[in-house]
Design a protein. Structure first.
Ligand code: COA
Ligand code: AMP
Length: 629
């Protein structure tokens, strides 16, 4: 069957399609049906099944005689370490940590926050939670203490599992002071913390609250997999919304298992035993789905790479990893390729390695620009597949499903909708638009298995954020269009989310931080185009009268403040003081127009603008920052 037939087979019988896909999962008790829509618009999948995700990711492969197969390859150019862990070894490590957590009272439904860099113990911790039904919430290492505190207060974890440090090129990031600061700031206090002591930075432990990783597990009885309900969450992952309060995306066990398993072969063309590499971070959804869960559920080998595409040690590091381990498919963000291309435009590093094992390159997280697409196609000689998804969906909404059929690649498009997703483009009034017409991209409800049923303890926010603008549809927050062949084109966000180096950030959250500076009366943050990172945040600050401070001082303090409160990952380094902000007569800041001016794009004077002269002042301020580039 080709893509069209597969998509049609889903459309004509969604229930049958997903029940068939569910046969690949080892159930304790199989689901009686796929979709549970009694609580629409809250939809659930395989709710009455009984299952354990860790069993499906590890134990069942060992039981099937594949215990010696490599599950995880750890390659860390920043520490010079390499290691391989078989399925049997992973199962044993995970069972031991799970047993130790259980012995300390962590049980089904309890939350555990994981704050770790790209080390194998991060995956062990995630699976240990899944084994005993604890709900993990991984927080990306590049977030500051304040962001960690917000997540601790929302998830209210019984325990935190952290590492003493992470390693960024040229510097060691001590995680423990950030964790201590976060716990101090948070209203909710976890019962205990488990700390992985890394040799580059050993953290002082707080007596009675903190346990060292090995000592914590010593003498623990390995835990068996706990039987869970299909709708029990396996994890919560926080993502940026319009405000500083992140959204807790909930991922139930059963739908996640079925959808991820289906995607490994159909979308990525990966079979059990193949080597798959998602060069991302366990703190992001790509890391959850395609470093940890999907490759293991499917019985393939996953690479855990602690390094960067460039500088660790050079722009050939990706090619070394691919050739050394026989990687069949690589998945990363376009920004990683732009970073490599910038240093090695002629692909001299690529020529040094035998990459004959590589069959496909997958890119996501941001739009793949045509330059990057063609450079990668040219230099690697394999299909380069852009695909589009979100933290909320957990797997691709649109892709080119190479495991079913490699469709023609169209530049600028992440491909066609995957089974389960009925994607439409609507105008502001909710009318469906024709081919080539730009509008809001939505998915007709229900969303497929593996996607979010709601936000963590925030049903109303879920409804308001995603379901209220276009009743009957899930609003993706992306705008774009379809072409005559049904290919999608994702052009922009319709909200305050920007995309910096493949990382999703909220300009609203940055504005909240800037506004807290005592000299800032008002501010706006926009995303401006950047050749490497896709977008960069840029701040405009109006100061209180009589603040008596120089603009440079305030700008420097504001940049530092965002770094401290949100984290270095915000990459907030551009800010300027202005007299006034351009607004509509009703007082809405014209961020879109400011962004167009900064990007050097054509723009129209908004009819509702209060004072057009302010845009001249903004244009001048932008020139001072060297924009448009
Ligand atoms: N812990 C602590 N700090 C971190 C961090 C982590 N886990 N990850 C990033 N940071 C810091 C960086 O060191 C940098 O700090 P600096 O301001 O002192 O330089 C800052 O956060 C911004 O990071 P980033 O935007 O990633 O920029 P970079 O210059 O370090 O690297 C790329 C640029 C393109 C090489 C890098 O972003 C990359 O590899 N991107 C791939 C993206 C990706 O995998 N996305 C996931 C979706 S698929
Ligand atoms: P995240 O939740 O961090 O995965 O970010 C999701 C958002 O990133 C999407 O809503 C898009 O705005 C953007 N995005 C992800 N993948 C793509 C893609 N292939 N093309 C265009 N935008 C993308």
């Amino acid at each position: 069957m080709g893509y069209r037939e597969v998509y049609e087979s889903w459309k004509s019988d969604p229930e049958g399609f997903w029940m068939k896909a569910a046969e690949a999962i080892d159930w304790v008790k199989p689901p009686s049906r796929a979709l549970f829509d009694e609580n629409a618009p809250f939809y659930e999948w395989f709710k009455d099944a009984e299952v354990n995700t860790c069993w499906n990711a590890l134990d069942r492969h060992v039981e099937a005689g594949n215990g010696d197969r490599v599950a995880i390859i750890y390659d860390s150019p920043v520490t010079g370490k390499k290691a391989k862990f078989t399925y049997a070894q992973m199962r044993d490590r995970v069972a031991l940590l799970a047993g130790a957590l259980q012995a300390r009272g962590v049980a089904r439904g309890d939350r555990v926050v994981i704050y770790m860099p790209m080390v194998p113990e991060a995956v062990v911790a995630m699976l240990a939670c899944a084994r005993i039904g604890a709900i993990h919430s991984v927080v990306f290492g590049g977030f500051a203490a304040n962001e960690l505190a917000t997540r601790i207060d929302d998830a209210r974890p019984k325990a935190v599992i952290a590492a003493s440090c992470g390693i960024e090129p040229g510097r060691v990031i001590a995680y423990k002071p950030l964790l201590d600061g976060a716990i101090e700031m948070a209203e909710h206090k976890p019962d205990f913390c488990v700390i992985l002591q890394r040799e580059m930075e050993r953290a002082p432990l707080i007596e009675g609250r903190d346990f060292e990783w090995d000592a914590f597990q010593q003498g623990a009885a390995p835990a068996e997999c706990v039987t869970l309900r299909g709708d029990d969450p396996v994890y919560i992952l926080y993502t940026s919304g319009t405000t500083g309060q992140p959204k807790g995306v909930v991922r139930p066990n059963a739908g996640h298992l079925v959808a991820l398993h289906w995607s490994m072969k159909a979308i990525y063309g990966i079979d059990p035993g193949d080597v798959f590499w998602a060069a991302s971070d366990v703190g992001w959804v790509v890391g959850h789905s395609y470093i940890c869960y999907a490759p293991l559920i499917q019985g393939s080998t996953s690479i855990l790479f602690e390094g960067k595409p460039v500088g660790t040690p050079d722009a050939g590091t990706f090619w070394r990893v691919i050739s050394e381990y026989g990687v069949k498919a690589l998945f990363t963000a376009p920004t990683a390729f732009r970073a490599i291309k910038r240093i090695d435009p002629d692909g001299e590093f690529i020529a040094k390695y035998d990459l004959s094992c590589l069959q496909t390159l997958f890119l996501a997280g941001e739009r793949t620009d045509p330059d990057t697409l063609h450079w990668a196609e040219d230099k690697l000689g394999v299909p380069v597949i852009d695909h589009w998804w979100q933290t909320e969906t957990g797997w691709a909404i649109a892709a080119n499903p190479v495991g079913i059929e490699l469709l023609p690649i169209k530049e600028g498009s992440p491909g066609v909708p995957m089974p389960g997703y009925d994607v439409r483009v609507l105008d502001d009034d909710g009318h469906e638009l024709g081919a080539g017409e730009l509008g809001a991209i939505v998915v007709k409800l229900p969303l497929p298995p593996g996607t979010l049923p709601t936000l963590w303890q925030a049903d109303e926010r879920y409804r308001k954020s995603y379901l209220s603008t276009f009743p009957g549809y899930y609003e993706t927050g992306d705008a774009g269009y379809k072409d005559d062949d049904g290919y999608l084109y994702i052009m922009a966000r319709t909200d305050d989310v920007i995309n910096v180096a493949g990382h999703r950030l909220s300009t609203g959250a940055m504005e909240e931080v800037l506004a807290s500076h005592p000299d800032v009366a008002e501010c706006a943050v926009i995303g401006v185009k950047d050749a490497l990172k896709g977008q960069l945040p840029m701040g405009f600050l109006c100061l209180n009268a009589g603040a008596g401070r120089s603009s440079d001082e305030v700008v420097a303090e504001c940049i530092q403040l965002v770094r401290e409160r949100i984290g270095p990952v915000a990459a907030f380094k551009l800010a300027v003081v202005v007299e006034r902000l351009p607004k509509t007569r009703s007082g809405k800041i014209l961020r879109g127009t400011m962004a167009k001016i900064a990007d050097g794009e054509e723009w129209k004077m908004p009819a509702t603008i209060d004072d057009p002269a302010i845009l001249d002042e903004i244009t001048e301020a932008l020139k001072g920052l060297g924009y448009p580039k």
